[in-house]
Design a protein around this ligand. Structure first.
Ligand code: TLP
Length: 343
């Protein structure tokens, strides 16, 4: 099968499997797993922050951040297609007692500017009976907006304004390495101004399991307690951290190939009957195209693709295809040929 449903489907590389087999381990609940400790130190260093924490999932990282930055009864301002709001089981309400305040980006790109955000903020000068904004949550790259990227400059501008009103900013950087490659900057450049960042080892970076939460030492100390409370205190988990180390040190070097494949896929799809997508906007590894004019539903197209050995995800009237290191240029051509036949 050519699996384009997500970059979560990657299998560990031979180097990762070797590192996992040979990993030095200890009980991480006691802080004694040397491989986990090394991964946490490296992640903090690479992101230019004080500390980092290894977590089982990106959702747990995001939700711990929401918990630590907010008080019950507050709102979280987030772009309307944001993952934290749409795909994390209403956890911000269930765990933190917060409400999402979804906002649209004025240019439709999913990339917010300060004007988009400030219109949704309820600061201390708001009437007493409206909920206060407790957190601004950004996402980079923005998954459901088609892998679009927020520049370091835009992130800096937004965070500066947020700081003026003491509003913390959390970055869902599940695919921040993809964003950094697309912008030709470092992940530290993209995350320096935010208070906390979550990034996934198990998406385009190819590790089988795991995410990291990065921030100040105090924030990470508290996050460790919340990870335990949520049942995420793991023991000899260096076997997973070993793959994570390879994911952060090695995989970023080849992410540009995934981006090139995504662009070729988008350019080919743009020429097909009933498909609408602007290939110029595909800058990372996510391709989302609208098929509402195809005369056949996104779900039906995905079913027919599956019969031809290709997996993709329907999202409403659109189809999402995500490239990753298990997808070759030849696979892209096969996918385009199959799509053409179906349409
Ligand atoms: N995204 C998954 C699905 O949940 C949609 C995918 O296939 O893309 N933030 C962002 C931006 C994400 O895309 C995801 C996963 C997460 C957080 C959550 O990560 P996990 O799955 O590790 O909890």
């Amino acid at each position: 099968m050519i699996d384009l449903r997500s970059d979560t489907v990657t299998k560990p590389t031979p180097a990762m499997r070797r590192a996992m087999a040979e990993a030095e381990v200890g009980d991480d609940v006691y802080g004694e797993d040397p491989t986990v400790n090394l991964l946490q130190e490296r992640a903090a260093e690479i992101f230019g922050k004080e500390a980092a924490l290894f977590l089982p999932t990106g959702s747990m990282g995001n939700q711990i951040a929401v918990k630590l930055h907010t008080k019950p009864g507050q709102e979280v301002v987030i772009e309307e297609r944001g993952h934290i709001y749409n795909y994390e089981m209403a956890a911000m309400a269930a765990i933190s007692g917060t409400l999402a305040r979804p906002v649209k980006s004025s240019d439709g790109s999913g990339i917010l500017n300060w004007d988009d955000i400030s219109a949704a903020i309820r600061a201390n000068d708001a009437p007493y009976y409206v909920a206060r904004t407790g957190l601004l949550a950004l996402e980079n790259s923005h998954n459901l907006a088609g892998g679009t990227v927020m520049s370091a400059e835009r992130t800096g501008e937004i965070c500066e304004k947020a700081r003026e009103i003491n509003l913390p900013v959390h970055l869902d950087g599940a695919r921040i390495f993809n964003a950094a490659v697309a912008e030709n900057v470092s992940v530290a450049d993209l995350s320096k101004p935010v208070d906390s960042v979550q990034f996934c080892l198990s998406k385009g970076l190819g590790a089988p399991v795991g995410s990291m939460l990065v921030g100040s030492r105090d924030f990470i100390d508290e996050a460790r307690a919340w990870r335990k409370l949520l049942g995420g205190g793991m023991r000899q988990v260096g076997v997973l951290a070993a793959a994570g180390l390879i994911a952060i040190e090695e995989t970023p070097k080849s992410l540009h190939v995934d981006h090139e494949n995504a662009r070729v896929l988008a350019e080919g799809a743009a020429n097909l009957r009933g498909v609408s997508i602007d290939p110029e906007k595909v800058v990372t590894n996510i391709v989302i195209f609208d098929v509402s004019k195809a005369g056949v539903s996104a779900g039906e197209i995905c079913m027919r693709l599956k019969e031809k050995g290709i997996l993709a995800s329907p999202f409403g009237n659109s189809i999402r295809m995500v490239t990753h290191y298990d997808v070759t240029r030849e696979n892209i051509q096969t996918t385009l040929d199959a799509l053409q036949t179906i349409l």
